[in-house]
Design a protein around this ligand. Structure first.
Ligand code: C5P
Length: 236
C-alpha cells in the first residue's frame, strides 16, 4: 500500500515490452500511486497494459495528449473512461470547444473523478518554433499562463508543467488546481535529455500535485530502491 507521498508519484512506463512493464508494475505498485502509459506503449500494448495497471491497484494516467475536433475528443475521452483511466491529457491548443467537449464527455461517462490535465506549450519548442507556430508577440511564459487560465475556465482539473514553469503557474492558480510535473532528477543523477530538471523535493516544495519520473526509476538497476529514494527525497 502506498503512503501519502507515494500517492503523488507517477512512474512513467516508458519501456519497450509488456513483460518489462509487468515486472515494473509488480515491483513498484506497493510504492508508487500511479503509472503513466504514453503513446509509445499504448500503441504497442494498449488496453492490455491499462488493465495491468488497474489490476495492480495503482492509478492509471493515460498520457495520449488528445488534440482533435471536439466530436473525436468526446469519443476518445469516453473510451479512456471505459478503460478505467484515472487521469488523462489533452492539448490546450485544441481550444475552448474541444476542452469543454472533453469535460462534458467525462461527465456523461459518469467519471467526474477522472482527472483531466492540459498540456500547455511543449517543452522542446524553441523560441523560434514558438513564434512561427503561434504568430504571437506573447512570451512563452505569457502563453503558458493564458493556456492555463483557459484550461481552468473550461473545467479541466489542471495542467502538465515542466519544473521551469511550475512556480509561475502555482502563483497564478489556486491550491486545488492540479499541476503535474515531469523533468525530475535526484541532485547527483544524469539529466538525460531533460533541459531544466529539479529534485523531487524541490518540485513538491514548488507546488507540484504529482511528479512524473521515468528513467531514474525504470532504467535503474534496482527500480524499487530508486523509487524508495525518490519517495524519501519527496518527503524530506
Ligand atoms: O525519463 P523521464 O523521467 O525524463 O520521463 C519523463 C516522462 O514525462 C516521459 O514519459 C516524458 O514523455 C514525459 N514528459 C516530459 N516533459 C514534458 C511532458 C511530458 O518529460 N514536458
Amino acid at each position: 500500500m502506498t503512503d501519502d507521498v507515494g500517492k503523488k508519484l507517477v512512474v512513467a512506463l516508458d519501456v519497450k515490452t509488456y513483460e518489462a512493464a509487468e515486472k515494473l508494475v509488480g515491483e513498484l505498485s506497493p510504492l508508487a500511486g500511479w503509472f503513466k502509459v504514453g503513446s509509445v506503449m499504448f500503441t504497442r500494448e494498449g488496453p492490455r497494459l491499462c488493465r495491468l495497471v488497474k489490476d495492480s491497484g495503482a492509478g492509471l494516467f493515460l498520457d495520449l495528449k488528445f488534440h482533435d475536433i471536439p466530436n473525436t475528443v468526446v469519443g476518445a475521452v469516453t473510451s479512456a473512461a471505459a478503460l478505467g483511466a484515472d487521469m488523462l491529457t489533452v492539448h490546450i491548443s485544441g481550444g475552448q470547444a474541444m476542452l469543454e467537449a472533453a469535460v462534458r464527455a467525462r461527465e456523461e461517462a459518469g467519471r467526474n473523478d477522472m482527472i483531466i490535465v492540459g498540456v500547455t506549450v511543449l517543452t522542446h519548442l524553441t523560441f523560434e518554433d514558438f513564434h512561427s507556430l503561434f504568430v504571437s508577440e506573447r512570451s512563452t511564459n505569457e502563453t503558458v499562463l493564458a493556456f492555463t487560465k483557459l484550461a481552468q475556465r473550461c473545467g479541466l482539473n489542471g495542467v502538465v508543467a515542466s519544473a521551469r514553469e511550475l512556480p509561475l503557474i502555482r502563483r497564478h492558480v489556486g491550491p486545488d488546481f492540479t499541476v503535474v510535473t515531469p523533468g525530475i532528477r535526484m541532485a547527483d543523477a544524469a539529466s538525460d535529455d531533460q533541459v531544466r530538471i529539479v529534485t523531487p523535493r524541490r518540485a513538491i516544495e514548488d507546488g507540484a500535485s504529482y511528479i512524473v519520473v521515468g528513467r531514474p526509476i525504470i532504467a535503474a538497476p534496482d527500480p524499487a530502491g530508486a523509487c524508495q529514494r525518490i519517495l524519501e527525497n519527496m518527503a524530506s
